[in-house]
Design a protein. Structure first.
Lengths: 405, 335
């Protein structure tokens, strides 16, 4: 990497020359873009309580390395600067200010976590620096009127909650719903969407219990749900608690129709620990290809991903869905930069990000595409329901979406 | 000695006041980001000073000052968010609230000594982020989502940037607090505090009301750290339970030990050290890997840890102690 400094100097001087001739130049640049390189800033939790998500940052880093090896984007190398925020909001503010003001990145990309992104939300919009494709499913990242410089990526929790509610109303007779909810903004986003989806039928929720992410077990909550006589179980929990709840329900002989949020729809980290026999028939919503799901093994994008993983992340655990996520979202960033052409201004980056029609992104489920517009800042708003069968998820029904909501 | 150190302090203050004004001359060196970074150092110094008053000068251990920092930050945030109190007025409010919380916590802490007190305070630091998320308090604290605030605006139409103003504001608060601490430590009460640290029984026998001094010191210490928390709420313009994890308390302790226990200068150095090293550890690892081309994929915390061990080994009295010894040796060599 000894060349990086040299190329930076070359780039910087090119920038100076460009400045002198800007009246005649076709190319347009903001901070962070030159003829030679594009600087992108990122922070992730490489340490601290959420460090398992640090894998996403590592995947993205490897991805841009592979892009640079192949010649970069429109002849420019990508200088991907990633730092460790430890999932701490104050640290995030410090690092992001460093990225924006000292390193002068063109945009931020896939910064992770709801509290951390909240801490920089207003700052990024004041500075008018794109905060693109953030790695959190909260619904507040898609508000172009108030925050035109911030955009989400994955289906927001709210939308997913609506989808489950609609499915329950259409398929379960005399539904009596018990909800287990993690007591934070993520849980509440799901629950609000779920209630919205039920519409007038919110009375069908007969019991709503919560737990803290730090609670060691959710046993007592599951027992309360069973005692309420519920015949539908909506499980809004992160992997550890979700697996415990599924197992406990089976242990006490409670057999409701089970709905599990996508956050925990991992075969490796939830269904197996919960017991495959206890997990049969559980319904979830998906938008990415599960890396442990054998049905994708012969699809082109999945094969390309496996080959890429072998070459660029040798030794990494391919069952970890974070690698799929990182690879997919990096592809979207790459495409966005490609579409920007030689107009690498922050305004154009947002303009291109808000201009996708049915774009097919690798590793999304068949039929799910990227759709954005100046008023729609939710790139993915479709999911497909899947039922757990044997050892994998069995997709069924049509792709369901809540576009425009 | 007292005269010469006063000159040094005044000199440092003059430099600190002038630095931001150099921004138009050296826009890259004195950038807004750097001023913000110095502001966070100032805030860290105040928090470390709070812990120093308790641990360094009074001999009571605390592994939980992050809790008082959080209480101060939330007091400020709630006042600004719910009651539209201006940011500067939140500083005394946070001080009062934290003094009361610290004093009350100090009462049962009287029964606890040394390691037991360390554990009790540790538990406090663990509990506070959970309490902030508690259902009944959610209306006030915003639960896990925290509270988003506005950054302090520059008053009276002064021709300063937000970061310059924040810097001056933090600087003034810091000078006042350090001045107050220096005066307190030089007074009868200060000597009583240190007497309790050095010889508890002797102090008691001499008629010092040890229980009163210990609880009040706990309160003052908490108030200092709480003020730092309130400043940080204004500087970051966001508070959330995730901001006040257990590592924050450890960070203050590291700042205290590295800077120098029982030294005012040490508190400043501790605050500066923590922010600086925390920031540069990662750049350093990247430098080792990318620019030197060494095949070590070290985590930032490894570098941080190695630096910490090196400093403690080379300067067992903290940086302030190390500087003092070096200064004495130099003078000795010359004489």
């Amino acid at each position: 990497m000894a060349t990086s400094r040299r190329s930076f100097v070359v780039g910087a001087s090119a920038f100076a020359v460009w400045g002198a001739n800007s009246a005649f130049a076709q190319k347009k640049y903001d901070d962070g873009a030159t003829d030679k390189e594009i600087k992108i800033g990122h922070t992730g939790p490489y340490s601290g309580p959420a460090s398992s998500y640090g894998q996403i940052g590592k995947t993205i880093e490897a991805f841009f390395k592979s892009v640079n090896e192949a010649g970069g984007v429109n002849g420019r190398k990508i200088n991907f600067i990633t730092r460790d925020d430890g999932y701490s909001p104050p640290k995030m503010v410090e690092l992001v200010r460093q990225l924006v003001e000292q390193d002068k990145v063109l945009c931020l990309f896939n910064t992770l976590g709801t509290p951390t992104n909240t801490a920089i939300h207003r700052y990024m919009n004041q500075k008018k620096v794109p905060q693109l494709y953030v790695a959190t499913g909260a619904s507040k990242w898609g508000k172009p009127k108030e925050f035109p410089w911030t955009m989400g990526f994955q289906p927001d929790y709210h939308t997913e909650g609506v989808v489950y509610a609609k499915h329950i109303l259409a398929n379960v007779k005399d539904a009596k719903i018990g909800v287990l909810m993690q007591n934070d903004d993520y849980g509440k986003d799901y629950y609000e969407g779920f209630r919205e989806g039920l519409g007038k039928e919110t009375g069908k929720i007969v019991k709503h219990v919560t737990f803290e992410v730090t609670d060691p077990t959710v046993d007592s909550q599951v027992i309360q749900l069973k005692d309420s006589g519920a015949n539908v179980f909506f499980n809004i929990a992160t992997p550890k608690a979700a697996a415990q709840a599924i197992r406990k329900a089976a242990d006490i002989g409670w057999k409701p129709a089970q709905y599990l949020n996508n956050v925990s729809a991992s075969v490796g980290s939830v269904m197996k620990p919960a017991g495959l026999e206890n997990s049969q028939g559980i319904i979830t919503a998906q938008y990415l290809k599960d890396p442990t799901d054998k049905q994708w093994e012969n699809t082109d994008d999945f094969k390309a991903w496996v080959a890429w993983m072998d070459k660029w992340m040798p030794g990494a655990n391919k069952a970890d869905a974070n690698h799929v996520f990182g690879y997919a979202v990096s592809n979207l960033m790459l495409e966005t930069l490609r579409k920007c052409g030689d107009t690498l201004t922050r305004e154009n980056v947002m303009k291109q990000a808000a201009n996708y029609q049915k774009y097919k992104l690798p590793l999304l489920l068949p039929g799910i595409t990227i759709n954005t517009s100046p008023t729609d800042y939710y790139p993915i708003q479709s999911v497909q329901l899947a039922r757990f069968k044997g050892e994998t998820w069995d997709l069924f029904g049509d792709v369901m979406s809540a576009e425009g909501s | 000695m007292a005269g010469s150190s006063r000159v040094w302090v005044l000199g440092a203050i003059v430099v600190a006041v002038l630095v931001p004004l150099l921004q138009p001359v050296f826009p890259d060196v004195v950038s807004n980001y750097r001023l913000f970074l110095i502001s966070t150092m100032i805030i860290a110094s105040i928090a470390v000073l709070g812990l120093n008053l308790l641990t360094g000068f009074n001999g009571q251990f605390s592994l939980g000052h992050g809790a008082f920092y959080a209480v101060g930050a939330y007091t400020a945030a709630i006042l600004m968010d719910k009651m539209n109190v201006p940011y500067w007025a939140t500083i005394p409010a946070a001080a009062i609230v934290c003094f009361i919380v610290g004093y009350l916590f100090g009462l049962p802490a009287l029964k606890l000594e040394g390691h037991y007190l360390a554990l009790a305070t540790f538990a406090l630091a663990l509990a506070v982020p959970q309490i902030l998320k508690y259902k009944w308090l959610e209306g006030l604290t915003g639960g896990v989502q925290g509270i988003v605030l506005m950054k302090p605006e520059v008053p009276f139409g002064l021709p300063l940037s937000e970061d310059q103003w924040l810097y001056y504001f933090c600087l003034v608060v810091m000078i006042v607090l350090f001045w107050a601490a220096a005066n307190m430590l030089n007074s009868r009460s200060g000597r009583a505090m240190m007497a309790i640290r050095d010889q508890y029984m002797a102090a008691d026998t001499m008629g010092i009301d040890t229980a009163l001094y210990k609880t009040v010191t706990f309160g003052i210490s908490a108030a200092y750290t709480g003020i730092a928390g309130a400043l940080s709420a204004s500087a970051i313009a966001f508070v959330a339970p995730d901001s006040f994890g257990i590592f924050l308390s450890i960070k203050f302790l590291i700042g205290l030990v590295v800077g120098g226990m029982g030294s005012l200068l040490g508190s400043v150095l501790g605050g500066v050290f923590y922010v600086l090293v925390d920031n540069s550890a990662q750049s350093l690892t990247q430098f080792i890997r990318n620019d030197l081309g060494l095949p070590f994929d070290l985590s930032a915390y490894t570098v941080f840890g190695v630096l910490l061990i090196a400093i403690i080994y080379l300067m067992p009295m903290g940086i302030a102690g190390g500087l003092f010894i070096a200064y004495r040796k130099l003078r000795g060599a010359r004489a």
